[in-house]
Design a protein around this ligand. Structure first.
Ligand code: PAF
Length: 285
């Protein structure tokens, strides 16, 4: 029975992270990084597996980053489950967890902030103006601390993935940024650590997000106009029981610019609210 009990090393400082990675590098190992805010679910674990299939060593970072939350958002109640996360990562046989404190990532006097333009403009930024600077700053710090060959981010936060690709390119970091397909529950709801906030009746409504976006994709493929389908999807989401629709938008999949017709790869993206919980989802057209 005890033979099954696995554990994984946890380090909390950048110096320890760098020392461990330097040791692996000296053996010629390739390094993969899976940045997370913890409360791990199957979506995160699929990112871990993808990284393990490409790199000799996999590090997962767990850090609830205060810089990407506005004062009125859910930083304080965001789930923190380090013990069970560590168990899941031990089962997945990753090599190291980096779980820094806020003081380690943002020591006294910290005064820098990375602003990314391009794909940051619009959508999430219209509703969470602080968000991408917070993400870009912490992701740049994590990438520079670990200097992996490969780092991966989930496609559920599709705009975030494009912002991180832009950031990595603009800073000239020699790191490949991968995107992991969205892991979904049986009814199609995209897996998210925030799904834990949903009450049973809200959870039922939440499953409609994916259904309504899929319907819009089918209609656009069948020839309906983008403007018609965006308006129709918004009305359907409200009818299904969501309290607010921040946006539902069909955009160019590479630049996230507005489009009038689908002439090349496009994506539908949405953010909705139910009770105090905000959910996002997206899919290819
Ligand atoms: O997607 C997330 O979990 C976070 O935004 C990230 C990329 C780990 C940065 O804090």
């Amino acid at each position: 029975m005890f033979a099954d009990m696995k554990s994984v090393q946890i380090v909390t400082t950048i110096a320890e992270l760098r020392a461990e990675i330097a040791r692996w590098r000296s053996n010629g190992d390739t390094i993969g990084l899976v940045p997370t805010m913890g409360a791990l679910h199957e979506g995160h674990l699929s990112l871990v597996r993808q990284t393990q299939s490409r790199c000799a060593r996999t590090v997962t970072s767990i850090f609830v980053n205060p810089a990407q939350f506005a004062p009125h958002e859910d930083f304080d109640r965001y789930p923190r489950t380090l013990e069970s996360d560590a168990e899941k990562l031990a089962q997945a046989e990753i090599d190291l967890i980096f779980a820094p404190t806020v003081a380690e990532m943002y020591p006294k006097g910290f005064a820098s902030r990375i602003e990314v333009g391009g794909p940051s403009v619009g959508l999430e930024t219209d509703f969470r103006p602080h968000f991408f600077a917070g993400v870009a700053t912490v992701v740049a710090k994590l990438l520079i601390a670990a200097m992996p060959d490969f780092a991966i981010f989930g496609e559920k936060d599709y705009q975030q993935l494009l912002v991180i690709r832009r950031l990595t390119k603009d800073l000239g970091l020699p790191i490949e940024i991968g995107g992991g397909a969205i892991a979904r529950e049986k009814d199609g709801l995209a897996m998210s650590s925030r799904n834990a906030y949903l009450k049973p009746e809200q959870r039922k409504v939440a499953g409609q997000l994916n259904r309504i976006l899929s319907g819009a994709v089918q209609s656009v493929r069948a020839g309906k106009t983008i403007a018609t389908e965006e308006a129709h999807a918004r009305a359907e989401l409200l009818r299904a029981g969501f309290d607010a629709v921040d946006y539902v938008a069909i955009r160019d999949a590479v630049t996230l610019e507005k489009i009038e017709v689908v002439a090349r790869e496009a994506r539908i993206l949405a953010a909705v609210k139910i009770g105090g919980t905000r959910l996002i989802d997206n899919m290819a057209i």
